[in-house]
Design a protein around this ligand. Structure first.
Ligand SMILES: CC(C)(COP(=O)(O)OP(=O)(O)OC[C@H]1O[C@@H](n2cnc3c(N)ncnc32)[C@H](O)[C@@H]1OP(=O)(O)O)[C@@H](O)C(=O)NCCC(=O)NCCS
Length: 216
């Protein structure tokens, strides 16, 4: 598999909304499609996607068809938002995404998710590396985020990249009242952080046989 990390485009939104729905089922609403459209127009928001190229050509065609039909069924089972359209299976297959909002020196990781069947393959980590690089490029010095206290997998990923717990937001999640752990890394502008990031990026590249490329 070749995995391209690139800025999110309008044509990716249906797939990103699908991943959002799968990853955050209790937060998902039929407005997700529209909110991603708004985010693309937000000058403070930066969204990236991971695309598994060649997937439709090289992998089980039955699965591809099932996915397309499943996706059509999902889209038909709810009220589509205005302007929403089914994605084309011949386009890039989006397997993950991440979103960042940056205000002056502070970046906020709004969301990060990978498709269920693509988890544990280094994609979430590569998205996080790209998001950190992007924040540094935009001259942010801090990245903050919230994670469910129960989401130990995501927290382990963030900790690997230097995020530390700095607080708890009580009953942050409106669907079930779960607390959020507030995490941040405030050293991204430091040379020591950047050299460690490059070391982790190299270790990540060595670990995974599939190739990751960024295109921006
Ligand atoms: C969190 C998420 C984005 C990770 O993506 P992924 O592609 O599965 O992650 P990777 O394969 O790149 O894993 C990288 C690191 O994450 C951590 N990690 C990921 N899943 C983990 C799990 N289930 N348990 C423990 N650690 C985990 C590990 O530190 C791992 O590094 P290692 O392989 O050196 O141990 C993915 O699980 C997801 O989409 N979850 C649902 C959405 C979500 O919870 N998003 C975060 C909101 S705060």
């Amino acid at each position: 598999m070749v995995c391209i990390i690139r800025p999110m485009k309008q044509k990716d939104i249906a797939q990103v909304a699908e991943i959002d729905r799968e990853a955050f089922p209790s937060n998902w609403s039929s407005f997700s499609y529209m909110s991603y459209t708004q985010e693309l127009g937000n000058p403070l928001a930066y969204y990236i996607v991971a695309c598994a190229q060649e997937r439709a050509k090289t992998q089980d065609a039955g699965n591809t068809l099932k996915r397309k039909l499943g996706s059509v069924k999902q889209f038909l089972s709810r009220k589509p938002s205005p302007g929403e359209k089914e994605y084309d299976a011949d386009e890039d297959y989006v397997v993950g995404f991440a979103g960042l909002r940056v205000i002056l020196k502070e970046a906020h990781l709004v969301s990060i998710a990978t498709r269920d069947e693509y988890r544990g393959q280094g994609i979430g980590e590569r998205l996080l590396i790209s998001v950190i690089e992007l924040a540094a490029k935009l001259s942010a010095s801090i990245i903050a985020l919230e994670a469910r206290v129960s989401n130990k997998g995501a927290q382990a990923l963030y900790k690997k990249y230097g995020f530390r717990e700095v607080g708890i937001r009580r009953a942050y999640y409106s669907d079930d009242g779960e607390d959020a752990v507030l995490m941040e890394v405030n050293t991204i502008a430091l040379a020591s952080f950047q050299s460690n990031l490059q070391r982790l990026k190299q270790a990540h590249s060595k670990k995974w046989t599939h190739k990751f490329y960024s295109s921006w």
